[in-house]
Design a protein around this ligand. Structure first.
Ligand SMILES: [Zn+2]
Length: 195
């Protein structure tokens, strides 16, 4: 069996692709990426569902407004905001007449595939626990909202679900692909009362 502390280290190193990271602040990342921007501190993000489907964002020239397609995964939205904030900052990477950088060269690349590292932090233990709670809830009998689910404490990769008189326990298991899975643990027999 893997020691829980080692398991955590492995999980953080792998930066589980399936775990949603809660603590991404796109505006703070944009400030960090473009400190000298005329729009620093006054960048405005609006969401527009009418943006073409092949575009995550757009910058309105002459303003400090970036337009973002709603419904993007949080980290991709963060990349899009940092990218558009680069246009707002007047970045010119020489790749095309919009000032993009050549393909493959960072967040301003014209292929739109660039990632800003600050938008992709490794998941924290709290992120992993929140994800674990969602995963456990998804395999519980309905009504799922009636279950109370807790994971942890600390480095213990065990989640407990309880509802009325039922309770179940699940253990966090790392898979070879770097994702995680849950194994249900056998129910503990209720302690017998003394005679
Ligand atoms: Zn662009």
């Amino acid at each position: 069996m893997i020691h829980p502390a080692l398991a955590l280290a492995l999980v953080l190193a792998l930066a589980l692709p399936g775990v949603a990271v809660a603590n991404v602040d796109p505006l703070a990342q944009a400030e960090m990426a473009w400190p000298g921007s005329p729009c620093a501190g006054s960048l405005d993000v609006v969401h527009d569902p009418l943006l073409p489907a092949d575009r995550d964002g757009e910058f309105k020239r002459g303003t400090c407004t970036v337009v973002i397609r709603p419904g993007l995964p949080r980290e991709r939205e963060c990349d899009a905001i940092v990218h558009e904030a680069g246009h707002a900052a007047g970045f010119d990477g020489g790749g095309d007449h919009y000032g993009h950088a050549p393909a493959g060269q960072g967040i301003m690349a014209l292929d739109g595939q660039g990632e800003w590292p600050g938008c992709h932090p490794p998941p924290t233990l709290a992120d992993i626990r929140a994800d674990a709670r969602d995963e456990v809830r998804s395999v519980l009998p309905s009504p799922r909202a009636a279950w109370s689910v807790t994971c942890g404490p600390g480095l213990r990769f065990v989640c407990r679900a309880s509802r009325a008189r039922s309770s179940r326990r699940y253990r966090f298991v790392l898979t070879m692909s770097g994702n995680f899975d849950f194994a249900q643990l056998a129910d503990r027999r209720p302690r017998r009362r003394g005679k």
